[in-house]
Write a protein that binds this ligand. Structure first.
Ligand code: ZN
Ligand code: ZN
Length: 99
């Protein structure tokens, strides 16, 4: 799977989107620094591997769904719990039907 921000290969889901290590690090640095960058070209730069324009790369990060939250939201955890519970019931039903 490709990084949603730049043309590299994604290495995982970071901050809510599939990105590469580079974009993960970039996004984190942007959040930590709190600096706002302005694009000199009207916000229309293509995000390439060299990613010269920080403003456009950061905008791209946000537009693909990257957010500050690092841990999965409550909703994601609930979905996980639910599927786990469903599995447990399934296993239980299976063992009951065997008896
Ligand atoms: Zn990337
Ligand atoms: Zn730009």
């Amino acid at each position: 799977m490709k990084c949603l921000v730049c043309p590299r290969n994604a290495t995982g889901n970071y901050y809510g989107a599939h990105t590469c290590e580079g974009c993960k690090g970039f996004f984190r640095r942007m959040l930590e620094s709190g600096t706002e960058y302005n694009c000199n070209f009207g916000g229309k730069c293509e995000v390439t591997i060299r990613a010269a324009c920080k403003a456009c790369r950061f905008r791209q990060c946000l537009s693909v769904g990257m957010r500050k939250r690092r841990i999965p939201g409550r909703k994601a955890v609930n979905v996980l719990r639910k599927s786990f519970a469903d599995n447990q019931e399934g296993i239980f039903a299976l063992s009951v039907s065997r008896i």
